[in-house]
Every structure is written in C-alpha cells, then in structure tokens.
Design a protein around this ligand. Structure first.
Ligand code: 9PG
Length: 508
C-alpha cells in the first residue's frame, strides 16, 4: 500500500511518505547544507559518506543534521529528488528557508522507499510531488523558492582572486602586478579580489598582517587606475582565539551549554570561534565592518565561513532559530555594505542566503590536483579542496542559478605549480560553461603561455546555464550528462570519454 502523494503545497513542520519505488532501480539527488557540503546523484542503495572527524563535520556539514553514513539512507537540505530509470520520480522542496531549515531523509526499506521531512523552526510551505520529469520539476520548484525569497541575480562578474596561487602569503604588490599584467594582455576581468592573508587575525580585519606590505585600504585606488573594481575577502562571523576581537569581546561569541565560548571549526592550524549574530552589539559591529570596507573603495565582498552564524549553540537571543540567527548576521552585513555592493558568499548555508546574496560558492574549493583521495575516501570527507570535489558538487547544483549567481570556483589554466592534466583543465572549463555563473581565475598571469592565456580567455566567456539531459545516468555520482556535454568523474574511461574528462557534444 502506498499513501497518496501530496501535489499541492502544504504548511508543515514534518511529514512522511511511503513510495512504491524499487530501491535497486532508484537514484537520489541530495543537496548538502552549505557551499562546501556535497551535492550528488547516487544509487539509493549506496552509502552516504559522513566525515570521521568531528571538526570536519562542523566545517563541511551541518552538525545538527549530518549525512547518514548508512547505506540506503540519504539526508538532504532544502530539497530531495528520487529518480526512476525513465527520469520520472518524486521531488520534495521547501519554499521558504528564511526562518527554518528543511531536513529531508530518503530510506530504502525492503521493496519500498520512505521519505521523511523535519522542519527546524516555524512551519513552512513545502511541496512533495510525483512527476514524469524530475529535472524539470526540481528546476520549477527551485525557481519558486527563489521567487518567494526575492532572489538577487545580477549579471555574472569575471574575477581574479589571489587565493589559489598566493594563498595566505599574498602581498599588495602581487595584486597590483597581476592587475598590470592583465591590463597589458587585455584580459577581460571586472574585479580583482584580495583573499585571505592581508589581515592581522580572524576578526582583526582593519589591522594588516606583517607580510602584506601595506594596508588593504590602499589597494582599490591602484586597481581603479588599471580599470578594475576592487574585491576583498572577509570571514566576518569568525573570531581567532588570539585575535584582538576575541580578547576584547569574548562575550560576543556563540557559547556552549557550559556558558563558555564554543570552538566551531578548525582551520589556520587551530580552532576558531563564531560570533553570536543575535547579539545587538555584534550586529552593529558587522554593519560597521562592512561599511568601513566599502568606504575603503571595495565594491565586491567575498564573505566566507558564513556557516559559523548557523552553528548549534547558546545565543544571546535564544528565541531565534539557527536560520534566523544566520540571516540576522547576513542582513547586518548587507545593510552596512549597501545595496550596490556585490556580495559573494562562501562556506554559507545555501537557501537561507537567497535574497541577500548576489552570488554563492556552490561547491568545495578547486585545487591544483584532481582528487584528495586520502581525505575523501579514507576520512569520508569530500568537502575539501580538490578539482574533482568542486566539479562533482557544483554540477549537482545546476538548478540553483535562480537562487543567486552560482560560483563554481576558479579555472586553473596554468601548467606550472599544478598537477592537473590537460583533460582535467578542460573539465574545469566545461564546469564553468554548463554552470553559467561567475568566472574566476587565480593564475599568476605571468605564468601563462599562449595556450594558458587562450584557456583563460575561454574561461572568462560568460555563458547561460545548461541543464542535465538525464539524471538517471551518471559517470561518477553527480549530475554529469548535460545537453552541451558529458563529464566523466570516474577514474576509468566511460563511453569513449577519458577518466576525469569532459566531451562537448557536436553542434548541429
Ligand atoms: C581562504 C579560503 C579561500 C577559499 C574558501 C575557503 O575544508 N577545508 O579544508 C577548506 C579549506 C579552505 C577553504 C575551505 C575549506 O577555503 O573556499 O576560496 O577564500 O577559504 O582561507
């Protein structure tokens, strides 16, 4: 016996459905909590990976709703889809995540599939529906969520970012040198974005690091003279344990049950704290920070590690849900930055950012290697920097282009200082083309020969988003079969496409 499937939208805090689907013939599409969490399309009977280490569960996932770690049980945020071999199936979708999080679970049970939904927060409109075309229904419901939450989708920008070549060692001179080299070669960048490394500590954004060779406020004028807008990275919800911010305001952090500041992740060689975004003084500080940085001449802010605003913990205003607390912090940043400033969010809860974000990182970091197998396979963590992880997740979120401009992360066109093969570089190019969002590069421009420059110029060509031509087939557990081309994310040739490769379909 199967229960009737709701086709209309309903207001709910929870619900369950039993579906007449053969688990061995069903694929599942899931969406992870934040930018770096996995999104994928897998056989329902496969096992959803969960990181072994607690600090990776915090930094890559929602610790309050982790992946199951169990074969045949798949957890997903905001939406879920079940796909039959003919492309029909079921789609569940939340239609408002401004105050609540929707937690979906699909479970293979005998010859049936059960689906459950739990809403964390006030009841929200949701849809759970059967469909002859999962791809189309998912796109339509996602667009409906975007509409309800008043999504911002400004035109995509072409960005040079310092992270993937200079990392934390970046200097003011590196930025200017690359801007000069780009102007000399007439590379069509809109923005030069300074990443992590310019600041004295996490939270001490207005104090320069020792090695930066200047102050971040001195950069926009130089970039402007070369014809580029200025962008800067901030992790505005974090406080380093040694920072001046934490020393002067330990009371501004998210607390544990013991009343002490709660470490909420581990990076930069140690743990860090998160700010309590329900605290009025924190909100005022966030507004002032964004206003100050925009006052330095930055028109593009990359706001990173934003999941910190949504971590479980004890807050100043305990009546707020995690989604509300997160959004309060985000809105404060938007108010300080102003409506005209372009906000790219990263490491951020996805759906709860709609309406405030201009753009969103929709996968893990690209890196100069294809796969970080020890971390992905042995530690169960596919949220770390690797080209494969970035492609896998960003492709499986193709439909999110109605929520914000998707940022699938940078192209790597250089051959120096990179272990990527030519096929893997072309796969990154294919990713940018089918996702159709922001364009970014981090290559030191002087490192590019003619071939590298040609590849980079192609990566900077804005395209419209593509769609999967099927979700019932996949070369590597993601949405891989698009109308413009097919990705092979596996380690063996598939259908004539080399391992890690991308084949564009012939145009008529
Ligand atoms: C700056 C970087 C860059 C980058 C961001 C973010 O899981 N991890 O180990 C992990 C490492 C780095 C990271 C994200 C996750 O990078 O995505 O673009 O801005 O911060 O520190």
């Amino acid at each position: 016996m199967t229960e009737p499937v709701e086709t209309a939208s309903l207001e709910t805090t929870g619900q369950g459905w039993t579906l007449a689907l053969d688990p061995s013939q069903t694929r599942v599409l899931v969406n992870g909590f934040q930018s770096w969490s996995e999104a994928e399309v897998r056989p329902l009977t496969a096992k959803q990976a969960v990181p072994l280490m607690a600090w990776r569960q915090q930094q890559g996932h929602d610790p309050a709703f982790l992946p199951s770690g169990e074969a045949g049980v798949w957890r997903s945020h905001t939406l879920i889809a079940l796909i039959r071999p003919d492309g029909s199936g079921y789609v569940g979708h939340s239609l408002d995540e401004s105050r609540s999080f929707a937690h979906w679970e699909a479970r293979a049970s005998g010859s049936q599939v059960s689906v459950s939904l739990k809403v964390e927060g006030p009841s929200i409109p949701i849809v759970f529906t059967e469909t002859v075309n999962v791809t189309l229904t998912l796109e339509q419901l996602s667009a409906q969520l975007a509409h309800t939450m008043k999504a911002r989708t400004p035109p995509p920008l072409r960005v040079w970012c310092s992270w993937y070549s200079y990392y934390r060692g970046v200097t003011l001179q590196n930025m200017l040198d690359n801007a000069h080299a780009s102007r000399d070669r007439a590379l069509p960048f809109d923005v030069f974005q300074l990443d992590d490394g310019f600041q004295a500590d996490l939270g001490d954004w207005t104090l320069p690091s020792g090695h930066f060779g200047g102050h971040a406020r001195d950069l926009p004028v130089g970039l402007g003279e070369l014809g580029f807008a200025a962008g800067i990275w901030l992790a505005p919800f974090l406080a380093g344990p040694e920072s001046e911010l934490f020393r002067t305001h330990p009371e501004w952090t998210l607390k544990g049950e013991d009343g002490l500041p709660l470490p909420i992740g581990h990076n930069w060689g140690g743990p860090y704290y998160g700010l309590d975004t329900t605290h009025p003084e924190v909100l005022a500080w966030l507004r002032d920070l964004a206003r100050e940085v925009v006052g330095w001449g930055y028109t593009y802010l990359k706001l990173d590690f934003l999941f910190a605003g949504a971590m479980p913990g004890v807050r100043h205003d305990q009546s707020k849900t995690r989604a509300e607390a997160y959004r309060m912090g985000l809105v404060a940043l938007r108010e300080g930055a102003g409506d005209e400033t372009f906000l790219l969010l990263c490491g951020a809860p996805l759906a709860s950012s709609i309406g405030v974000a201009d753009a969103m990182r929709t996968g893990p970091d690209v890196a100069t290697l294809w796969d970080d197998e020890s971390r992905r396979v042995w530690l169960g963590d596919a949220t770390g920097p690797a080209a494969r992880n970035a492609v896998h997740t960003a492709l499986s979120r193709w439909y999110q282009h109605t929520w914000y401009q998707p940022d699938p992360d940078v192209m790597i066109a250089r051959r120096e200082l990179s272990l990527l093969s030519s096929a893997e570089r072309h796969t990154l190019l294919g990713l940018l083309d089918v996702v159709g969002g922001l364009r970014a590069s981090s290559d030191p421009i002087d490192m590019l020969d003619d071939e590298g420059l040609t590849l980079l110029r192609r990566a900077l060509e804005i395209s419209t988003p593509d769609r999967p031509r099927t979700l019932a087939q996949s070369f590597g557990g993601a949405a891989t079969h698009f109308t413009r081309g097919t990705f092979n994310l596996t380690d063996a040739p598939q259908d004539g496409i080399q391992a890690h490769g991308y084949r564009e379909h012939a145009h008529d």
